[in-house]
Design a protein around this ligand. Structure first.
Ligand code: VG1
Ligand code: CO
Length: 559
């Protein structure tokens, strides 16, 4: 029999979850009691229901996941949790955690990931709490966790529990007079079974094998050495009959092979080149924890995430899941281009615009008002879980391609012809000094609120834009009326073009400035986004004086 030990501790500053969990450098988490404090604060935030509860635990395989899984096991035991469902070797993708929480109706789950941030001893780690609906904890819960972390004085742990998570199976412990169970589960099985329910696998398989055309549809799926590797193997190779040549980087590595596991044109350039130079009809990449996706077609034809969302919205009828559930509303995060809004309007569906971060979609899904949603940051998903889901998005695209027998580029061209096109780009200025960036945002907000700003004209490259609306986006949740303020500075011009500026809430050091540019064209739909948006980008740089404040004349990443 093991017993609970109470360890005294002191609060650390800054254990404030950001857009999606607490993300810091590994070395920060390695400080004495730092990780223990945060885990205890998560459990304390659930104190009314923690005793006797079940939690799901898993992460993206990055450096420190195994050690932290072990700490969670011991601290959960110390706090009266009855059972943990832990992914084998601590491996679970973020959407898989969401599914497990829902399927086994647990109190919630703890996800160990810093998502698209690099991993390894000198890089990032993260801890996120998901609630019983499977979604990331909403602001009131994360605020509570943070508050508890600032006043913590002790944590409860059972140091004597020796629990290996290498083998699938049930391990039982006695803690005082309580039973404590750790069930190590297959990391992929439940998720793969679910995907087989949602999609028509035989149809996708027949597409990949050539179907009626008898010409194989060649895919290249890149896991970027993140958590999706084993899921990709199980789905694409074992279920859909693809070969080793159709997948790459499917072994999860603690440091993602030194790469930045972020599926975009910059960090997944490898995949883009392979598709460009090879005989591939479709390419997809996923981030470290498996919730983001990038979709490209033949010759690396790039689908912006905002367009991807709109195209899927327009074709949901090809997916068996939606044939069963029907299609409720659509939603996007505020900075995401408004392409999906036009699909919603044409279909007569409700359309929502929420702040950045997947946690804001959960209530709408739980209320049965939202089927499909997405973010410009390579996030797409549906109400099948309460996280964005990279593999789901790739399978959704393949379902549409199988049903329409069109190429990716043909689908986009048709879409733009029918709905017009939102040209969109995002400039990221990563790891800038924080103070000048905060000052830039304050000064810009002041300027935007000053008299005469609305109505003012701004010109560049022969184009003139007149400000129609200028605000700091705030959101009232239509379901529980909770309010999220100051979610990004937004300048909307008379022609509907938009500039959005916000500071990232997922970085682990310094400030990352995100500049989003969105412009709609009804008929001029085949141009290059960078060329089309150049005047508006210039206007954004003028108004914000971003280069002066950040000291950068080029962004780190353009998507
Ligand atoms: C970024 C994205 C946001 C996304 C979040 C979590 O947040 O902009 O859309 O929801 O990452 O994604 P921020 O605050 O850095 O802009 V993930 O795949 O990192 O969990
Ligand atoms: Co992610």
């Amino acid at each position: 029999m093991a017993s609970v030990v109470t360890v005294s501790t002191k609060p650390y500053e800054g254990q404030k979850p950001g857009t999606s969990g607490l993300r810091k450098k590994v070395k920060v988490f390695l400080q004495e009691n730092y990780t223990e404090n945060f885990i205890q604060s998560i459990l304390d935030a659930n104190k009314d229901s923690i005793v006797g509860s079940t939690l799901v635990v898993g992460g993206d395989g990055r450096y420190l996941v195994k050690e932290v899984v072990d700490k969670i096991i011991k601290i959960a035991a110390g706090n009266g949790v009855a059972k943990l469902l832990v992914g084998q070797n601590g491996i679970l993708s973020t959407p898989a955690v969401s599914h497990l929480i829902r399927k086994y109706k647990t109190l919630g789950g703890i996800v160990l990931t810093a998502s698209h941030n690099p991993g390894g001893i000198n890089n990032d780690f993260g801890i996120k709490f998901n609630c019983s609906n499977g979604g990331p904890a909403p602001d009131n819960t994360t605020n509570e966790i943070y508050k508890l972390s600032t006043a913590i004085s002790e944590y409860k742990i059972v140091p004597d529990i020796q629990c290996s998570v290498e083998k699938i199976g049930v391990q039982k412990f006695k803690v005082g007079d309580r039973d404590f169970v750790v069930e190590v589960i297959d990391s992929v099985k439940d998720y793969v079974d679910y995907m087989k329910e949602i999609f028509d696998f035989p149809k996708i398989k027949s597409l990949l094998q050539g179907g009626e055309k008898n010409k194989p549809f060649n895919v290249l799926i890149d896991s970027m050495n993140g958590v999706t590797g084993p899921y990709v193997k199980a789905i694409f190779i074992d279920e859909l009959g693809a070969s080793e040549e159709n997948v790459r980087r499917i072994v999860p590595l603690e440091d993602f092979g030194g790469a930045h596991p972020d599926p975009n044109l910059t960090y997944a350039a490898d995949l883009v080149n392979a598709v460009k130079n090879g005989d591939y009809d479709f390419g997809a990449a996923f981030d470290g924890d498996g919730d983001r996706n990038m979709i490209i077609g033949r010759d690396a034809f790039f689908v912006t995430p905002s367009d991807s969302l709109a195209v899927l919205a327009n074709h949901l009828q090809h997916i068996p899941y939606f044939q069963k559930t029907g299609v409720k509303g659509f939603a996007r995060s505020m900075p995401t281009a408004a392409a999906v809004d036009r699909v919603a309007a044409a279909a007569g569906k409700e359309m929502f615009q929420v702040p950045t971060g997947w946690k804001y979609f959960g209530n709408l899904m739980d209320a049965g008002r939202l089927s499909l949603c997405g973010e410009e940051s390579f996030g797409t998903g549906s109400d099948h879980v309460r996280e964005k889901d990279g593999l789901w998005a790739a399978l959704a695209w393949l379902s549409v391609l199988a049903a329409t027998q069109l190429s990716v580029q043909e689908i986009l061209s048709q879409h733009w012809k029918q709905f017009g096109r939102n040209y969109f780009t995002r400039y990221d200025y990563e790891e800038c000094p924080s103070d000048p960036c905060n000052e830039m945002m304050q000064e810009l907000e002041k300027k935007m609120g000053s008299s005469g700003f609305v109505g003012s004209s701004h010109s560049s490259g022969g184009k003139t834009y007149v400000v129609a609306v200028a605000d700091n986006f705030s959101y009232i949740d239509p379901v529980d009326q909770s309010v999220a303020m100051k979610q990004g500075l937004r300048i909307v011009f008379e022609d509907g073009s938009r500039i959005v500026l916000r500071l990232s809430g997922t970085g682990s050091s310094g400030a990352t400035v995100r500049l989003y540019i969105d412009s709609y064209e009804a008929s001029d739909v085949l141009g290059s986004a960078q060329e089309k948006l150049a005047p508006l980008i210039d206007v954004a740089l003028q108004i914000s004086q971003l280069q002066k404040y950040t000291g950068r004349d080029q962004p780190t990443v353009i998507t």
